[in-house]
Design a protein around this ligand. Sequence first.
Ligand code: WTA
Length: 656
Amino acid sequence: MTDSASSGRKSAKKVYYPSNHFSQRACIKSFSEYQKLYSSSIRNPEKFWKAQASILNWFKPFTAVFQQKKKPFCKWFAGGKLNASYNCIDRHIALRGDKKAIIWQGEPEEDVKVLTYTELLQEVCKFAHVLRKFGVRKGDRVCIYLPMIPEIAISMLACARIGAIHAVVFGGFSAQALAKRINDSGAKLLVTADGSFRRGKIVELKEAADEALLQCKHVKRVVVVKRAGNKIRMKRGRDVWWHQEMEKKGVGNFIEPILMDAEDTLFLLYTSGTTGMPKGMEHTTGGYLVYAALTMKYIFDLREEDVYFCTADIGWITGHSYIVYGPLCNGATVVMYEGAPDAPDPGRFWKIVEKFKVSIFYTAPTVIRALAKEGEQWPRGHELSSLRLLGTVGEPINPESWRWYFNNIGKGKCPIVDTWWQTETGGILISPLPGAVPLKPGSATVPFFGIEPEILREDGKKAKAGEGGYLAIKKPWPGIARTIWKNPKRYVETYFSKFNGKYLTGDGAMVDEDGYYWITGRIDDVIKVSGHRIGTAEVESALVSYPGVAEAAVVPVPHPIKGEAIYAFVVLKKGKIGDDELKLKLIEHVKKEIGAIAKPEAIQFAEGLPKTRSGKIMRRVLKAIASGSAEVGDVSTMADAGVVEELKNGASFVQG
Ligand code: WTA
């Protein structure tokens, strides 16, 4: 990369151009090449996607590229038959059978496992047999509640092989949260583990699963991976050990991948929205896989010899698309890490990079901020020269962290792809192509092929350059979630009703005079805490389910490491006393209801909440109060403006 301050601007506006060295070997080598391909993808999307779909092996070709009979629902590659596990594994065997598919690093340093593509195929087939034996058939849902161990990828691919729909639930979610998701999905089998290691301690997953299953009567079978060796209870007739099942008679090393229709559901992944109930986003086999594979190839500029390390958890969409499906579909070598970034010390990621000679590293801004705070000695203590490309995802990156990452990790030579996307989008929608697009720290830059973003005003008209607005996407792309599981009405209302059929992202953004996108963050009731997506309504309903709580309102506050943190206003029932002990109890309760990721950073007890005359909570006002801002804006519509002063006084107390 070379720096150049564009004419007359301050260094804060510095643009970073890809080096010739990088561009020459890149998939897309120049901005004009990007522009040419981009405009052809927009001018003639069907032609473009028809050609790009050849990134996959199809058992039977599709008959139509794109169909939209009943807007906003759509179909991609209809009539085409394929199998995701075949595309991620079998088709690589002839060329790359002995190539490493997964390099797994456990949190304890000595725990390393490597699976070649041939070995991965065997494990996936064996587990597919196990699933079949337990009655799992095409279209059945399988819930996966596992830590970052190879079995999580193996079980996803085994589901895909036999047409079962996986619903992975992040291992950091609590028993209650797990139960909600299992019940909504209707899963009949659960895959979990005894426990896993995090900061040297054991996270008791099976215990949480047992508690969840008390509420999930239709789960008839639980397959348990032995990972941490902690003592667990096995329920007779329901629970079986993974390792024992995999060795049983009849569990062969191969099973035919079944033919899936392009529009058959590959997986459900729950994500937070504006109500207490998370949404099971439904992704398909053909469109999702084409999109994940293609974005992986171009945005990460994949080469055969790359070693790719994404630090996300597979329980989130980033892990689905860019640890499992995208990289494996491209025959890449993927590094998977079980533990915490600071275990045993803040040099852990850099140690992994050095140990496995990682060439592409993909993480979240929150991780960069947390590690930057620990000082440069950590990356300096490791050999990072294998790196050639860096990436970020999950929240906006502040230019200061971008530069720290660029200089201290990339040593000034690795482009950074700031990738903007969502659970709903299946894959990255806005991002630089690293050999082609000059970088501006803090901007996700330009749209991927086939993507037409728009910045809209409240009335649906397009905003001008430099003017903030709603980020919407004009037309569907292959990776878009097709619906919300069992709730198509919510799908239409949430995403397509505000702007006349255009996809509403929930983010605010701005385009600059060069056509670069700057994402400013969520403008709905979703909070990104350390890059994790949490719905304010989920936290509020957890809080009000605690005895003595009358009402709660949750808003984001800026946080130097987490990006955003959760600030909760709690109104107690008459006669209840809000003290520090109750605050701790409430925090514990939220952990129990959702998980540690959702616990409020601060709780403020209040006499009342600011409401409009029609009874709507004025979150804008609460947000300002929580952030300690003196200006709360227009309160003329408020029913009782006196509430604000009282809340302001309470807030300064909370912030100490
Ligand atoms: C935010 C994660 C700014 C955004 C893949 C989005 C980002 C939400 C970026 C989706 C980025 C993701 N810059 N913001 N590069 N990437 N976001 O569903 O607010 O967990 O709407 O998917 O993360 O979160 P989700």
